[in-house]
Design a binder for this molecule. Structure first.
Ligand code: GLA
Length: 729
């Protein structure tokens, strides 16, 4: 890792172990030019900027200034001054104008990585030191400064970028857009890889050609969303898991986002990523600054697989803070799919007793324990125990569960307010709503106006009171509706456009306070399944519920898309009952277990009612979890085959960092009649090492297993699966 300034060329060169990123300041006016991003190079190839060909830089030929602005590969494009591609920043200044053109002012290269106030961010850790370039740009007529930060870690190829906007003038400026990341790449035949989805179908991989004009994904739902994901990758046509040029970008933020590519008349591609300008308008008063969230960018010269592994490592080493990040998580049993809202103390204790016998380690009480909530129509906000259900109260239940030998966890949906709640009756103005309009209900609930500090404090106080009242070691923090009716009773009319972002900042503030007061709490985020599975949330809790769809086969696609960016240690995955509650599919209990082993692992079923045969298999699965989880949590992930592509089977594996152990999971989704065995070429092994396969005779060289492959017999039936455990011998 290194960051250097070359005085002669006025260029900054950022190097990671394998990659380089180069910026140069051009012309007397100081335009920040994007020179290069890709595999590590020795030189500074200034010709990439093409400033020696028509249209020349404005100081040489101001006649073509407009053409220059519209073609120059820039680091942080402005707006309204000749660059007709989409800008990274849009403002309304004190005169009502929107033109802005950030040019070079100064730079600093610092050791370490400054924290981003109020925002989740990657950080220097014992696993790798950091270095940061702070490039300050300015627009004198508007009076704005932009600090572009570029950080690198010694143990990673990721480059982290963010933008801070400072109002250096003496008047308010309205920021309508300030992207965290912008870059103009020289054209190539890239395709765009994104993650698309829906409730119960989150993060499915989608790949499409990049055509001329703009292509984007984004969210205006107030959260990162089920539908689009704050991730995109530019993938060289023909690239696959093992080869090809890949640029991946992931936004460390949990609210509205925009990720856009724009292919131009000269085949260059402008990449933008940041808070979605739709619904955003921030008043930046004189002297104030606004820190935009960061983007983790990963370049891989060796295909998509290497990109994924780089993201996994940077998140495990530099983003997730929880004390649980390096620990096996307790195997939990959650009562949601077991009972939904119909439970009481006796039922939970019965589940806990049976769970204990099977080796399960924690009981999580889901939705329905508070207010008078017997369905999803009431009580959000009234975070006091429903004693009709929990006779003897919460502490009694927790103590009983602890006596059985299980830890206890609890569900909250703290950001919400039901119209039928004491909280709403007392504070109707605490709901997000536009005065004069009846707000839209979704799941019969409203969203709390977290732009108000008194609301944030209320939420924090009620949640902490519950957590202090008993020995609660885990929280599932849910968020079950998206935001509409953007209106706050507390914000002025010029400031309503701040609500979306203030809301997200408040969620971060709440979770930060929570983990400070309860440092050993295991926090699992959730949003109607996986609508807020993003790196922002991983800064607060080490795991996120992937999806409400617990069907093992549906999970293959969801977990494939999720693991494209996020480490397996962060993916909430449970074994549930059949027919599956979302798709009605019947899959073998063993396959449900094998698929859930690729995540945090747990159960979500009524263990007192499932078939005895299934119950009897739990101790074996528990044993496998204990045996394989250290490898799954810490190893390198390799995608071998995708059911999404071949329609028959799925295969992925995890290889330990020292390559002495590996676990591959093979799922035969569709049985095939009259078919011979399959040959699966493994990946990630040491070609020189020999590996024994658990349960089989003999051994093979890594070389053989990767080149010739491993033979897997055709299994009988659909949805069959097999774990292949290799150890060096
Ligand atoms: C969301 C979660 C589920 C469950 C329900 C409870 O849908 O994703 O796991 O907690 O809410 O209402």
């Amino acid at each position: 890792m290194n960051i250097n300034y070359c005085e002669e060329l006025r260029a900054f060169k950022i190097d990671t172990e394998n990659n380089s990123y180069i910026i140069a300041i051009v012309d007397d006016e100081g335009f920040p030019g994007h020179v290069y991003y890709g595999p590590k190079i020795a030189d500074i190839p200034m010709y990439m900027l093409r400033i020696n060909e028509n249209p020349y830089v404005p100081s040489k030929n101001n006649r073509d200034r407009g053409s220059f602005m519209d073609t120059f590969p820039t680091e942080y494009p402005g707006n309204g001054l000749g660059d007709y591609r989409e800008g990274a920043v849009e403002v309304v200044d004190s005169e009502g104008h929107f033109a802005v053109c950030p040019v070079y002012k100064s730079y600093k290269i610092v050791e370490g990585k400054p924290a981003l106030k109020g925002l989740p961010a990657t950080f220097e850790s014992s696993r790798g030191k950091a270095m940061t370039l702070e490039l300050t740009l300015e627009d004198k007529p508007v009076g704005l400064e932009f600090i572009l930060r570029y950080s690198v870690f010694e143990d990673s190829d990721a480059i982290i970028r963010s933008t801070e906007v400072i109002n250096a003038s003496d008047k308010s400026v309205f920021i309508k857009k300030a992207m965290s990341f912008a870059m103009d790449l020289d054209g190539e035949d890239y395709e765009l890889l994104t993650l698309h989805g829906s409730w119960a179908r989150e993060r499915q991989m989608d790949i499409r050609p990049i055509g001329y004009g703009k292509t984007s994904v984004g969210s205006v739902k107030g959260e990162s969303s089920h539908q689009e994901h704050p991730f995109m990758a530019l993938v060289q046509k023909g690239a696959d898991q093992k080869q090809g040029r890949v640029y991946g970008f992931n936004f460390v933020y949990s609210g509205n986002f925009l990720a856009q590519v724009e292919k131009t008349q000269f085949d260059s591609v402008r990449v933008l990523m940041g808070i979605n300008p739709n619904g955003f308008k921030w008043e930046l008063k004189a002297g104030e600054s606004l820190q935009m969230p960061e983007v983790v960018s990963v370049y891989s010269n060796d295909g998509i697989g290497k990109m994924s592994r780089t993201f996994h490592d940077v998140y495990r080493n530099h983003l997730i803070r929880s004390p649980y990040k390096d620990k096996k998580r307790p195997i939990l049993i959650n009562n949601w799919e077991a009972t939904y809202f119909q439970f009481d103390t006796d039922k939970l204790i019965a589940i806990a007793k049976e769970a204990k016998k099977a080796g399960i380690e924690m009981l999580v009480m889901d939705d329905g324990w508070f207010g008078h909530r017997d369905d999803d129509n009431s009580s959000l906000g009234d975070w006091y125990v429903n004693e009709n259900k929990l006779k003897g109260g919460l502490k009694y239940l927790v103590d009983e569960v602890n006596k059985i030998g299980l830890k206890f966890g609890i569900w909250f949906e703290p950001e919400m307010i039901s119209p039928d709640s004491d909280l709403y009756r007392a504070h109707p103005d605490w709901a997000i709503a536009i005065q004069g309009r009846t707000p839209v209900r979704s799941r019969n609930q409203y969203v709390l106006d977290l732009s108000r500090q008194e609301v944030v404090d209320y939420v924090f106080d009620v949640v902490s009171k519950v957590l202090h009242s008993a020995n609660i070691e885990y929280v599932k923090w849910d968020m079950n509706r998206q935001i509409t009716d953007l209106g706050s009773y507390a914000l002025g009319k010029e400031n309503q456009g701040e609500l979306y972002h203030r809301y997200v900042l408040a969620v971060y503030q709440l979770q930060e306070r929570l983990i400070k007061v309860f440092p050993n709490l295991l926090l699992e985020n959730c949003s109607g399944g996986g609508a807020r599975f993003d790196p922002g949330m991983l800064y607060y809790g080490p795991q996120i519920w992937c999806s409400d769809d617990t069907d093992a086969i549906e999970r293959l696609g969801i977990q494939e898309g999720t693991s494209l960016v996020y480490p397996l240690s962060s993916m909430g995955a449970h074994v549930s009952d059949c027919p599956n509650h979302t798709v009605g599919r019947n899959t073998p209990f063993a396959t449900r277990g094998n698929v859930a082993l690729a995540g945090t692992f747990g159960y979500e079923l009524d263990i007192t009612k499932i078939p005895q045969e299934d119950r009897d298999s739990i101790p074996k699965q528990v044993e496998m979890y204990h045996k394989y989880n250290p490898l799954v949590r810490t190893g390198d992930y390799y995608r071998i085959a995708s059911y999404r592509e071949n329609h028959f089977y799925d295969c992925y594996g995890v290889v330990s960092k020292d390559k002495s152990e590996a676990l591959f999971t093979f799922v035969q989704v569709m049985g095939r009649p009259n078919y011979h065995s399959r040959i699966i070429r493994l990946d990630g092994l040491d070609p020189e090492k020999r590996y024994a396969i658990e349960g089989e005779e003999g051994s093979y060289a890594g070389d053989t297993l990767m080149k010739a492959g491993l033979q897997i017999q055709n299994l009988w039936g659909d949805y069959q699966s097999k774990l292949i455990h290799l150890t060096e011998c």
